[in-house]
Design a protein around this ligand. Structure first.
Ligand code: GLC
Length: 528
């Protein structure tokens, strides 16, 4: 269904990711829950976002904090009940907010009844639901495939004498998506939630869902640096981005299409040319294959970002809708990567580029990573490969809502600590120059700006430390100038009127324009 200026809701809208453990605790156990999320929907409304994506809330032993699912059609008691979920979706829809769930189809928990059944015997009717192989002649793993969390990708099941493959933890066995019964069961799980009114899914590790059917060894990675994740020792040639994955993704999409007006978002860490294949040959796969270019880039330079914008726009298939992401629950927060001042420029970039923006909770108050003392580490990625900086707890800490002891998040000890110098939502709301008010202003601008919503991107260029681009729709022509440097920079601009400024800039713009360090403006280019 087309809503705003000829766009679908997931094109004109803004997605906001909630990591449910850390958003709001309503029952006083130190861990966020669904009733907590419901209590904070007003914040999302005031911010102006359109869709809420919840990281997994399904029953789980929590070996990977919910990304190990033991029941695809339930709610973990830690987060609440199905009644709480139904109440949340009703409340969200009542406020005009869409609800997107996380779907984790690559693997289940090792406690999922399907895996318990599969592992019980070589002749189990569900044996082929997972990837079982005989040991190598020496008794070791069947091939050299590695776990993304360190160590071998294979674990021996003593009872049956075979190994099973897990892209992640041994507690996360990979499903066999070549088995039609698996496909049917997973499609039914999607339908269960779609019938309850869920507006879409963010699909976990979409590009990994199918592995080589001949189980060939992965080749060594010539660029491997020993300091990095041990998984990177090999190139994942046979364990990810296989040609057959596209049929699987198209299958997921066809289930969503049965219900109409829903969105399929894919978590895909691939170079741009590979990423865009996940739109599908007929735009029949993911509507939004996550574009992580701004989250993966090292450094923060105008040249690099200009290249990313141009390469990405140039690679999109006809009709493929772009999207942009600054952060998520797996990567260091933007304010820690580039500093709080430049995080304001990142916000301007995110909200003025063409395509759907996704905001990770806390970005709107400039939340930074929190250093976790060794005895409080929770994340298996850190526990399995300590000291390599792979742990994800720092970007998963609780949302500070106010300055009280539990920061309005909890009355108990939070599951992860708060940072020392936290900005909080109440203080940010009161300060006109705050990050929160920058976000609110940009979002309000975007909602009413034809050029920002559906205009083309043109004239991407760099002058000194300033990144500039134009957004042009028939109704409106804008220029965006962002100083990504640490000193003032003077640039040549087209004359116009300031529509939005991150700083104190005035009404009219004439060339040359001097922008302070980390200052950005959106200018309406006057027709001559
Ligand atoms: C995805 C998730 C991450 C999880 C992994 C395994 O990358 O975002 O948090 O650990 O998949 O499910």
């Amino acid at each position: 269904m087309v809503t705003n200026m000829g766009l679908a809701w997931w094109q004109s809208g803004i997605v906001y990711q909630v990591y449910p453990r850390s958003f709001q605790d309503a029952n006083g156990d130190g861990v966020g829950d669904l009733r907590g999320v419901a209590r904070r929907l007003g914040h999302l409304q005031a911010l102006g976002v359109d869709a809420l994506w919840l990281s997994p809330i399904y029953p789980s032993p929590m070996a990977d904090f919910g990304y190990d699912i033991a029941d695809y059609t339930g709610i973990d008691p830690l987060f609440g009940t199905m009644e709480d979920f139904d109440a949340l979706i009703a409340q969200a829809h009542g406020l005009g907010l869409r609800l997107i769930l996380d779907f984790v189809p690559n693997h289940t928990s090792d406690r999922h009844p399907w895996f318990l059944e599969s592992a019980s015997s070589l002749r189990s009717p569900k044996r082929d639901w997972y990837l079982w192989r005989d040991p190598a002649p020496d008794g070791g793993p069947p091939n050299n495939w590695l776990s993304n969390f360190g160590g071998p990708g294979w674990t021996l099941n003593e009872r049956t004498g075979q190994y099973y493959y897990h892209s992640f933890l041994p507690q996360q066995p990979d499903l066999n998506w070549r088995n039609p019964a698996v496909v049917a069961a997973m499609h039914d799980a999607l339908r269960f939630w779609l019938k309850r009114g869920v507006d879409g899914f963010r699909v976990d590790v979409m590009w990994m869902m199918i592995k080589d059917d001949r189980f060939r060894d992965n080749p060594p990675n010539p660029d491997y640096h020993p300091g990095g994740s041990s998984h990177d020792r090999l190139l994942p040639l046979y364990t990810a981005d296989r040609p057959e994955v596209h049929e699987v993704v198209a299958g997921l999409r066809s289930v969503l299409d049965e219900f109409g007006d829903r969105v399929l978002i894919g978590e895909i860490y691939l170079p741009i040319d590979r990423l865009v294949t996940y739109y599908g040959p007929h735009l029949n796969e993911a509507q939004l294959p996550f574009n992580f270019q701004l989250l993966l880039m090292s450094g923060w330079s105008a040249e690099t970002i200009a290249r990313i914008i141009t390469d990405y726009e140039g690679a999109l298939p006809p009709g493929g809708w772009p999207n942009w992401v600054l952060g998520n629950h797996d990567r260091p927060r933007i304010a820690s990567r580039i500093g709080r001042a430049q995080a304001r420029m990142a916000a301007m970039l995110l909200l003025t580029l063409r395509g759907t923006p996704t905001i990770y909770y806390g970005e709107e108050i400039g939340m930074a990573d929190v250093a976790i003392p060794p005895d409080e580490v929770q994340d298996p990625a850190e526990k399995r490969e300590p000291g390599k900086g792979l742990g994800r707890d720092p970007e998963r800490t609780p949302m500070p809502w106010d300055a009280s002891a539990g920061h309005g998040f909890t009355t108990a000890k939070p599951w992860l600590p708060f940072g020392a110098q936290e900005a909080d939502v109440v203080a940010e709301a009161a300060d006109p120059q705050s990050m929160l008010n920058l976000y609110r202003g940009l979002i309000a601008l975007r909602k009413t700006s034809p050029a920002l919503l559906h205009g083309e991107t043109e004239g991407v260029h760099v002058e000194g430390t300033v990144l500039s681009y134009e957004r042009r729709a028939p109704e409106q022509h804008l220029a965006v100038h962002l100083n990504l440097g640490e000193a003032a920079q003077t640039v040549t601009v087209k004359p116009g009127r300031i529509l939005f400024s991150s700083g104190l800039h005035h009404d009219a713009v004439a060339s040359p324009l001097t922008l302070a360090a980390a200052e950005g403006v959106v200018v309406v280019i006057e027709k001559l």
